[in-house]
Design a protein around this ligand. Structure first.
Ligand SMILES: Cc1ncc(COP(=O)(O)O)c(C=O)c1O
Length: 365
């Protein structure tokens, strides 16, 4: 091929689509922080009723915006919808583009798509290491700001560690931010958080340049439909909208999301299961003398040492999908999503056998 490709694009690694592997019977899929349960039964019936409408371009955005706005004490013109929160990440980068400020700050590690999309849109990346508890280090991010900084991605809870930053520190941080910088707070896992010091960042959208991102992919179990949303000050929302592909939120996703928001009982059951699974996995890791990072999300990062990649592969052989964290600069760690109890048990059983085999092998060498 003779076409010359920009260096920024050439350097982008493929997004690790682990969820695509191991589809079919008998697999325990704990690699992509998905919800192990189906969505609310009301979602499924509403989707079926809406199917004849797919002949037309999607309508129904206003109804969903109204429902979301009500939940957050916001107004519909402060809500932006997208094809997953992934699209909102891109919209933020597109809308914030200027010629004089070209740097995006991210925590390293953090959700892989921030770095990928920043490169696609031609930004320079500034990667700030995590703090001692593997949390987003707000102070270090403040220190990293310079006259080129345009956008900061804060991920709370942080993927892949599950740690959070606290409201007190977030307010101190916001007060220090120059006006020209957009703060994107990605709260994809916020529904799972139990810690009371967690800041609901959308409280600050009118006072500071904050864009809060949420999604229906995790707690609401609609990952396959692709629907995320942003909450921000109304003028910023209008600029984000201008960068958006028309109709990126499809008819079925709009109906499903509105219906999912209404079923609070279903959400409660999902969160309860997550809590139980978390306790089970914490205890199992402790029994196996495996160190883990306490999580506020629906996944747990754990440390197995230098052979983490091999252990992930062995788990795969047992039809248990987890995520080796090499791509996140944590080569001794694996991330596992919290599943249904029988899935958690199968994962632990497989991990126990693999670790025992390895320990016996080390011992006899
Ligand atoms: C932190 C974080 N943000 C955003 C996303 C993307 O979510 P969505 O499915 O809404 O595009 C993910 C997906 O795993 C994530 O972990």
């Amino acid at each position: 091929m003779k076409l010359t490709i920009d260096k920024n694009i050439e350097e982008i690694p493929y997004y690790p689509k682990a969820a695509m592997y191991g589809v079919g019977d008998g697999w325990v899929r704990l690699a992509s922080n998905e919800n192990p349960f189906p969505p609310s039964p009301f979602v499924l019936t509403d989707i079926i009723d809406a199917l004849p409408n797919i002949t037309r371009y999607p309508g129904g955005e206003n109804e969903l915006k109204e429902a979301i706005a009500k939940k957050y004490h916001a107004t519909p013109n402060q809500i932006v919808l997208g094809n997953g929160s992934d699209e909102l990440i891109e919209m933020a980068l597109k809308a914030a583009k200027t010629s004089d400020r070209r740097t995006v700050i991210i925590s390293q590690p953090s959700f892989a798509f921030y770095a990928i999309s920043s490169k696609v849109y031609g930004y320079n990346l500034c990667k700030v290491p995590l703090g001692k508890q593997m949390e987003v280090d707000l102070k270090a991010i403040l220190d990293a700001i310079d006259d080129q900084t345009r956008l900061i991605f804060l991920n709370n809870p942080l993927n892949p560690t599950g740690t959070i930053f606290q409201e007190r520190d977030f307010i101190t941080f916001l007060k220090e931010i120059p006006d020209e910088i957009l703060i994107v707070v990605d709260e994809a896992y916020a529904e799972f958080v139990e810690n009371k010091t967690f800041p609901n960042s959308c409280k600050y959208i009118n006072e500071f340049p904050v864009l809060t991102l949420r999604t229906f992919s995790k707690a609401y179990a609609l990952a396959g439909l692709r629907l995320g949303y942003g909450i921000c000050e109304a003028s910023l929302a209008s600029y984000l909208e201008r960068t958006r592909q028309p109709f990126s939120a499809n008819t079925i996703a709009l109906i499903a999301a509105k219906s999912a928001l209404n079923d609070e009982e279903h959400l409660k059951r999902v969160l309860e299961n997550n809590k139980k699974g978390k306790t089970y996995l914490y205890n199992a890791f402790s029994d196996l003398s495996i160190a883990y990072v306490p999580t506020e999300a629906n996944y747990i990062l754990f440390r197995v040492g230098r052979d983490a990649e091999g252990i992930t592969r062995d788990l795969f052989e047992e039809k248990v999908l987890t995520r080796w964290m090499g791509a996140y600069d944590l080569p001794e760690y694996i991330r596992v999503s919290i599943g249904r109890m029988e899935e958690n048990e199968r994962f632990i059983e497989a991990l126990k056998n693999i670790m025992q085999r390895r320990r016996a092998h080390t011992f006899t060498r």
